[in-house]
Design a protein around this ligand. Sequence first.
Ligand SMILES: [Fe+2]
Length: 134
Amino acid sequence: MEWYDTYSVGVPEIDQQHKELVELVSHLQSKLSNGSVTQELGGALRFLVDYTKRHFADEEKFMASINYAELPHHKELHKKLINDVVLILLDIKKGKAVDPLAFIDFLTDWLINHIRYEDKKIAKSVALTSTNKR
Ligand SMILES: [Fe+2]
C-alpha cells in the first residue's frame, strides 16, 4: 500500500493520519510477506485497529465541525469496517486460521476505496463551507 497525493482530502490533520495508516499497513504487509511476523501478529493487528478507531473518531469530529451532510452515512461505513475487523480478530483469538495477508489485502482495499471515494467528499464540503463564510 502506498500513499499518493491524489488521496489528499485537503485537510492536513486528516491527510497526516491517512498517511500514517498507509504506512502502518504497508509496514505490516512487508513484515508479513518476508515472514518476520509470527506470534506478535495479533498485537500488530490490534494496534492497527486501535489506530483506525482513533482516526475514525477524529475524522467524524472534523466532519461534525463542518456540518458535513453525509456524516451519519459515513459513520455507518466506519462502524461496519470496525465490526468486520473485530469479527476477524475474534476468529484469530479462537484459534481459527486466518490468512494475515488476505486480511491486510482486505483492509488495504477498503482503506484505499474509502479514502478515494468517501473521505474525498470532505474536500468539497470544506470548499463549500469556506465559500459560505466569505
Ligand atoms: Fe472516513
